[in-house]
Ligand binder design. Structure first.
Ligand code: MLT
Length: 200
């Protein structure tokens, strides 16, 4: 997968896995990672799917309606890519924190839904429920920070609450931060993520 790896200054810090939104690239979230912790390793990945030229991490059938078969396949592809990248760049595979926005947050959520050990923790900006009706792995050691907009037209507040309760049913520790905004990624929600991570 097309990606950027930037080695951090402090080897004890986690590796951030950056996953952009629809139409984005591996460059988009680099400033976000810098804002959250500028000493961590960064692995930023570009989605392999193109929707009319817009990069994504998996196909969708319509706005908010996911191609489930493709989602499962692409989640596996990303999971395996992370294993390879950890070997190649020699970072701790078990100390990886996803930072995803929108479509990128959705595939990060899908990693958590399908693989117990793919992510240590996750910061999900405006995620949706990636799949319904499946049993999640036990996520008891995971901390998940979700940010959401009270007026998000793509991800309704009820969907955020549903995702929170699915993660909590799998024993994850979930914090939800609400912004009085829509689907856009705001400086203040990234700042909230920074404070959450620093307080862990
Ligand atoms: C998705 O397709 O993953 C969601 O609708 C969010 C987005 O627009 O990327």
């Amino acid at each position: 997968m097309k990606h950027i790896f930037n080695k951090g200054k402090d080897a004890s810090k986690p590796t951030f896995l950056l996953l952009h939104g629809t139409g984005g690239t591996e460059l988009d979230l680099l400033p976000v990672a810098g804002q959250i912790d500028d000493e961590a390793n960064v692995l930023s990945v570009k989605g392999n799917v193109s929707e009319n030229g817009m990069p994504r991490f998996f196909k969708r059938l319509a706005e908010g309606v996911f191609d489930e078969e493709d989602l499962i396949e692409r989640t596996k592809e990303l999971h395996e890519f992370l294993d390879e990248a950890a070997e190649k760049y020699e970072f701790d595979r078990h100390n990886m924190i996803a930072i995803g926005y929108s479509n990128g947050a959705n595939i990060a959520a899908s990693l958590l839904f399908h693989y117990q050990d793919s992510l240590k923790d996750a910061i999900l900006h405006h995620p949706m429920v990636p799949r319904r009706g499946i049993e999640l792995p036990n996520l008891s050691s995971k901390d998940i920070f979700i940010t959401a907009g009270t007026n998000d037209p793509i991800c309704a507040p009820s969907e955020t609450e549903e995702l929170q309760s699915l993660f909590e049913s799998a024993n994850a520790d979930v914090t939800v931060h609400w912004e009085n905004s829509g689907h856009q990624l705001t400086y203040s929600e990234v700042d909230a993520a920074k404070k959450w991570l620093a307080s862990k």
